[in-house]
Design a protein around this ligand. Sequence first.
Ligand code: AMP
Ligand code: GLY
Length: 433
Amino acid sequence: MKVLVVGSGGREHALAWKIAGDPRAPQVFAAPGSDAIAAVARCVAIEATDIAGLVAFAERESIDLTVVGPEAPLAAGIVDEFRARGLRIFGPDRAGAQLEASKAFTKRLLVDAGVPTAAYGEFTEAAAARAFARELGFPLVVKADGLAAGKGVVICADAAEADRAIDEMLEGGAFGEAGRRIVVEEFLVGEEASFMAITDGRTALALATSQDHKRILDGDQGPNTGGMGAYSPAPVVTDAIHDEVMRRVIRPTVAALAARGIDFRGVLYAGLMISESGIKVLEYNVRFGDPECQAIMLRLRSSLLDLIDAAIDRRLDEVRPQWDSATSLCVVMAAPGYPGEVRKGDVIEGLDERGASADALVFHSGTRRDAAGHWVTSGGRVLGVCASGARAADAAARAYGAIAGISWNGVQFRRDIAWRAIERERDGLRSSN
Ligand code: AMP
Ligand code: GLY
């Protein structure tokens, strides 16, 4: 069996690693992959968004299954192109990918389906958006409609900040086309969780729960990032909340997609805000989270390929993934400057040949090997250091133990990944989700 993983980051490293270890012993390819992914897959120099190039490669190599990591190729229609040629691929088509690629599309779908979400308005004219902002009250959130690499969300404390964000997107061209339409949304308070489910368009199967840490600094301070660390399971998702999310969020979303004629076979990732007053959907993504994927792949005992096959063949009702009861955790090590302008090319000390230590597994988000064979930084997020333990505190101790041996100039990482779970463990609370 030949499997192609599309993408080059830490999520794709984890997917390629998991698939390479599958009992079916597939031959794994990655496009474009990375020097680190090359340890588990054959990397081919085709960009993730070069859909014509990927189709040609899959046909030439007789690839049996393609697994897409990032959202950009999904939004650009990679699944439509593969399916049109009879090539087997996992992920939503372009219509389904709107759930991530258009916040206005998602808000309309959520409201139609009765899924709880923040109150909002959708605008292309600044004057109307400004007036709505004043009605809604502050703080509020201004979001670019389209894909903006996680940067298109601005939390505004007052009218002046809201006006600036609105004008920058609608009139200043910030985020280009992605910001020509905006969503102005009620600010929600609570604890966030990442709820991923795999769906075949009819059945939805929850994957292990997780929690990301979006802000750059300890204690959830500083600017938003793509995610500075994740762990699984997330104890905030109690059994009762898990049931509620399946009943009020995931299943109605799957039904609403199907009612629109959208054939969604892929990962539905709901970003949730959980508070005393209930759960609300902050956003949908249409792929595995990064770094949530790294954390949950560590816990997945059964075959990922079996799950993906069942989703593509619309028989998810027949499979049951097996999750390790341990807590797993992924701490992101980032380059200096991240999430702003990043310095690249620093030599990374302390990574051994396999990029792993005895207790930890390291997935590479943004590294390369230089001419002398040293690992150097080549992205904002650089490494995801992952470990498991019976409790979150044990997993954290292992991951941070491994991190102590890895360094480069200006490295940034949070010291408090999984702090909420660790606090709950002190109070005797655990989760099995
Ligand atoms: P999004 O890309 O929509 O998930 O937004 C990125 C981050 O912005 C989320 O993970 C939240 O931390 C924050 N955020 C987005 N929408 C809201 C909201 N309505 N209320 C509070 N925080 C939000
Ligand atoms: N970690 C957040 C995301 O993948 O969008």
